[in-house]
Write a protein that binds this ligand. Structure first.
Ligand code: AMP
Length: 217
């Protein structure tokens, strides 16, 4: 007797820096059962560890530039060999170039791309006010999502969340990452890939609901 098997497939969470990808990823991961794979988190862990890869990546990250594709592809290829990745994962902040997307298509089947849209003029405020709890990884915002007062003293700001670096990160997004949205839209015309787009300007809960409705429909 044969049973119908569902092919493993991954989800890509796409959007400019500060769109709320990291914030939304936890909920999407819970709803879909796919583990979150964030290249930004993996790179920050490598920097903290002081590995050679971390030392190399650090210079690019602090300058607001993209880390070279070879380094990123190496990290992802290794990560996709872990047991929890066999049914597909939720990519957060990857791919960020067309070359990365092309390599990714050789490693896993991407069935859904979720694009979170936030206009440039909102990005700087969103990123510069962002703070992280180093103990839990939870992300807060001084104005839009303040942390409870007992947690506030231990919050940290990411080194690359300063206004100057954010401007470089936005340039990198427009030059190298944004073209991927048309690329994925083209791919979706000749395949089963679904591309959905949500307005990322609402509250965290409102955006989560929009995403859940789109995923479920
Ligand atoms: P994120 O946490 O996703 O905002 O990433 C922080 C920084 O890590 C970015 O500004 C890049 O320097 C680097 N980075 C993360 N993911 C990638 C990627 N897929 N390709 C190139 N650089 C990346």
């Amino acid at each position: 007797m044969s049973s119908v098997s569902r092919a493993p497939s991954s989800i890509v969470l796409f959007g400019p820096p500060g769109a709320g990808k990291g914030t939304q990823a936890g909920n999407i991961s819970r709803v879909t059962g796919k583990p979150q794979v964030s290249t930004g988190d993996m790179l920050r862990a490598a920097v903290k560890e002081g590995s050679q890869l971390g030392a190399e990546a650090k210079e690019y990250m602090e300058a607001g530039l993209l880390v070279p594709d070879e380094i990123i592809i190496g990290l992802i290829s290794e990560r996709m060999m872990h047991d929890d990745a066999t049914e597909g994962v939720l990519f957060d902040g990857f791919p960020r170039t067309i070359a990365q997307a092309e390599e990714l298509s050789k490693i896993t089947n991407v069935s859904l791309v979720i694009m979170i849209q936030v206009p440039d003029e909102d990005i700087i405020d969103r990123i510069v006010g962002r703070r992280m709890d180093p103990r839990t990884g939870d992300i807060y915002h001084v104005k839009f999502n303040p942390a409870p007062s007992d947690i506030t003293p231990r919050l940290v700001q990411r080194k690359d969340d300063t206004e100057e670096t954010v401007r470089s990160r936005l340039d990198a997004y427009h030059d190298q990452t944004k073209p991927l949205s048309s690329w994925y839209n083209e791919v979706s015309k000749d395949s089963d890939l679904r591309v959905i787009s949500v307005d990322g300007r609402g509250s965290i809960d409102a955006v989560s609901k929009l995403i859940e409705n789109e995923i479920g429909s």
